[in-house]
Ligand binder design. Structure first.
Ligand SMILES: Nc1nc2c(c(=O)[nH]1)N[C@H]1C(S)=C(S)[C@@H](COP(=O)(O)O)O[C@H]1N2
Ligand SMILES: [Mo]
Length: 339
């Protein structure tokens, strides 16, 4: 796979070279242009992560246009030629849907209110620390990260544990690049991730029944897998706050809640980390959270999903369709026990 420097990313190069970055998904980018931007079917009731009833439903999100980002591409991707891959093309979820239907409980439990409440969230200056069981602890500004690690496009499916999904063209880089630089000690077996804690800016963090900050974890081999990325953008544009700016994890074969947003801390540890969702509802959310149509959530089936922008439901695939790349990581494990 060819690498491109972040400085070389222009709208044209991103979209014209997309096919080089089709990791794990046989997608024809051309499909994107054919999709009607019908948006999430907002009337249908969605399954929900476990929370007490919300008091912050303030109506539909009012965000029509994302703020202008320097160097952003024009709205319409350059059409690309017919698919080279045998698989049927899978359409990208429209940009407008990706930035207006969000789970980000630090702002709100109302998916359609997040984008508005996150407007103005301060993502600069922003510092991320990489520490714990490493030979070389790092403290990096977000600009350092963008300079140091070439950004590439990765088109991944995102499957929320609630039963909806999207197809998102992320910009980012393998988490492994950062971890290798920090040089984990042999005692390091897991990676623990933490989101910013700042209730002044994140009104949802005033909800006291959540054990803030949001924490997630991966086994070291999962974290080092090439599909696991840190994302800084999507659709060729800088990430917006509602999608986890300025830096968020993306682990495409796991339920969306593992893809922790607005990261400030990455720690190499010996013991399996306890995630926010494990602490909240251990019988509903385990450490692994691999997408698995055969293991129902205690409150709903995981056999199918609603692709945002589509009518009807589609079958959910084991490991969200990435089994060929990741199933070996779990050889010999009982995936019902390790949900
Ligand atoms: N810090 C933090 N990260 C988070 C969440 C959250 O509430 N807080 N929600 C998760 C869930 S449940 C999903 S489905 C994805 C949604 O990502 P998106 O809004 O960019 O599509 O983010 C995940 N990362
Ligand atoms: Mo989710």
């Amino acid at each position: 796979m060819a690498e491109i420097k972040s400085s070389e990313i222009t709208p044209e190069s991103v979209y014209l070279s997309r096919r080089k970055f089709m990791v794990g998904l046989g997608v024809a980018a051309a499909g994107a242009a054919l999709v009607a931007a019908c948006g999430p079917q907002r009337k249908e009731a969605e399954n929900t992560l476990r929370v007490t009833p919300t008091a912050d439903r303030t109506g539909p999100a009012g965000l029509a246009e994302p703020p202008a980002v320097p160097g952003s591409p024009t709205a319409t991707p350059t059409p690309t030629p017919r698919p080279v891959q045998a698989e049927a093309p899978e359409a990208l979820t429209p940009y407008e849907d990706i930035i207006s239907y969000n789970n980000f409980y630090e702002f709100s439990t109302d998916k359609e209110a997040v984008s508005r409440l996150a407007q103005g969230f301060k993502t600069s200056p922003w510092t991320v620390t990489i520490g714990g069981l490493v030979n070389k602890p790092l403290t990096l500004g977000i600009e350092d990260i963008l300079k140091r690690y070439p950004q590439e496009e990765r088109i991944y499916r995102l499957r929320c544990v609630e039963g909806w999904s999207m197809v998102i063209p992320w910009l980012g880089f393998p988490l492994a690049n950062l971890l290798k630089e920090a040089d984990p000690l042999s005692a390091a077996r897991y990676v623990r991730f933490e989101t910013l804690f700042d209730p002044e800016q994140m009104p949802g963090q005033r909800m006291k029944f959540f054990p803030w900050p949001y924490v997630e974890g991966l086994r070291l081999d999962e974290a080092m897998h090439d599909l696991t990325i840190l994302s800084t953008g999507l659709y060729g544009k800088t990430l917006l706050p509602q999608n986890g700016a300025p830096l968020r994890l993306v682990v495409p074969w796991k339920y969306g809640f593992k893809s922790i947003k607005s990261l400030v801390k990455i720690e190499l540890v010996e013991e399996q980390p306890v995630s926010l969702w494990m602490a909240m509802a251990p019988d509903e959310y385990g450490f692994y959270a691999n997408v698995n149509p055969d293991v129902p959530h205690p409150r709903w089936s995981q056999a199918s999903e609603r692709r945002i922008g589509e009518l009807g439901r589609r079958r959910t695939l084991p490991f969200n369709g990435y089994a060929e790349q990741v199933a070996h990581l779990y050889a010999g494990m009982d995936l019902r026990q390790n949900y």
